[in-house]
Design a protein. Sequence first.
Length: 223
Amino acid sequence: MPRFFFRELRVAFLIIESGPEQGRKVDLGGPLVIGRQTRIGLSIKDAKASREHARIEPAAGSYVVVDLQSSNGTLLNGRKVEREFLQAGDRVTIGQTVFRFEDADANPASSTRPMKEPIGTTPVSNPRAPGGPFNQDPATPATSRPAPAPVPAALPAEAAAQPAIVDRNAPRLRYQDQSRGPGFLAIVVCTAILVGLVFAARWIGQRAIAKAILERKQGTQSP
């Protein structure tokens, strides 16, 4: 094998963090197939893993993880991947077994990709950042910002549909004491006018009928 191949290949290994073989360390010297099958590079006793689940192989001076069309997929730092480069500190999940990838040639000061953060976590501010509590002038008193006013939440449809509650003990305004309908006197006057019109119409009708009967009698008596 060419000599330059060994110079480019990085010294790396896997550590099983959780699973049936927790604590086991596996050196990477070339392509490594991981799964339940016994006659492969790394056989694990994991019922959730496929027979040939994933492969870790050198590429471009580093290593990549390749999913071999497994049933449950291969996770890299909490997300499914098909083929992805590895960095020191990355965690590869195969079935219920979690591997931590370590690179002996990596710079210790280099940052690694974090695991997927759980929902609901709040980042903590750096107290030594500019303006933080550790960098304030001792002679300058710390000022606290007033809390923002709470924003009223929208009322639900059920609450909006309910009638407003009226306080009967509250003082009434002048316009509230005014009558909203016709007065008693107006009702009496209107009723009297209506009764008068009825009687007047009846009287006129009776006079007309009597006049018509009289004219008919006179017409029959004339020769």
